[in-house]
Design a protein around this ligand. Structure first.
Ligand SMILES: O=C(O)CCC(=O)C(=O)O
Ligand SMILES: [Mn+2]
Length: 251
């Protein structure tokens, strides 16, 4: 297993030089530079290439009691476009129902749980046997493992169909994830806002937009000290898929 790469420690959760480049100005590249086609470039192209490289670097969110990193362009837009279609088409999306105060209500998103056969998981009191890895979920898992240096045995898939779907404040702190879980979260489709709030210091909050092809990694003490949510929004938004790669204990 490849070791995690040292990360640039930057104070802002925003890419360098945001706003200077348009998508079309940037040469596509494969994830992590694999198979990158180095060719002769003009000075202007080199500048854009440099900026694109910078925005594909991992940025560390400057949050106390947390270890959260963000890779805005983890997947190239070509790979992200292909993978959003493949994941949409091959995932057996389910409408789960939760029982709260004696009342049943549908979870405001569709979900699926995939992984190794022994990666059984209880999420919001729903016990889930994993579906087998599909080709796109396995392909993304392999890339995320290289980026993080962590082996993931499962992935929770969320499909937010529109702004009426979301996920409420919670921590990914179920016992089977262990005390310091690593959660690697891929976003595909329309951008949604991801919010964090400290459990005991109400003044500490943060929010970050998670665009198509991005990767957010939460590690170490993050789940213990912070909650997160994807709020519903009245803004017109299309579908978004979120894939949270996890390692569950397999007793
Ligand atoms: O959609 C997201 O970005 C977060 C999903 C999430 O927190 C979860 O599935 O536990
Ligand atoms: Mn979560």
């Amino acid at each position: 297993m490849q070791q995690p790469q040292p990360l640039a420690r930057l104070p802002l959760a925003e890419p360098i030089a945001v706003g200077l480049v348009r998508e079309n100005d940037i040469e596509e590249r494969s994830v992590g530079g694999i198979g990158r086609n180095v060719r002769s470039m003009s000075g202007r192209e080199r500048m854009f290439e440099f900026i694109h490289e910078a925005s594909s670097a991992a940025l560390v969110l400057d949050l106390p009691d947390a270890d959260v990193t963000f890779v805005r362009r983890f997947l190239s837009s070509r790979d992200a476009d292909r993978l959003v279609d493949e994941v949409t088409d091959t995932t057996p999306w389910r409408q789960e129902v939760i029982r709260l105060y004696g009342r049943e209500s549908p979870v405001p998103r569709l979900t699926a749980w995939h992984g190794d056969p022994n990666a059984v998981y209880a999420y919001s009191n729903i016990a889930m046997d994993p579906e087998p890895w599909s080709a796109p979920l396995g392909e993304i898992r392999d890339l995320v493992e290289i980026e993080t240096g962590v082996r993931f045995n499962s992935v929770l898939c969320n499909l937010y169909r529109n702004g009426r779907d979301g996920v409420a404040w919670h921590s990914d702190d179920e016992a089977e994830l262990g005390g310091r879980p690593v959660i690697a979260s891929i976003s595909l489709g329309d951008t949604r806002t991801f919010q964090l709030r400290h459990r005991t210091r109400p003044d500490l909050r943060h929010q970050i937009d998670l665009p198509h092809g991005s990767l957010l990694i939460m590690r170490g003490p993050t789940q213990h000290h912070w909650k997160h949510q994807v709020p519903k929004t009245a803004r017109p938004v299309g579908a978004r898929i979120n894939l949270t790669y996890r390692t569950v204990s397999t007793a």
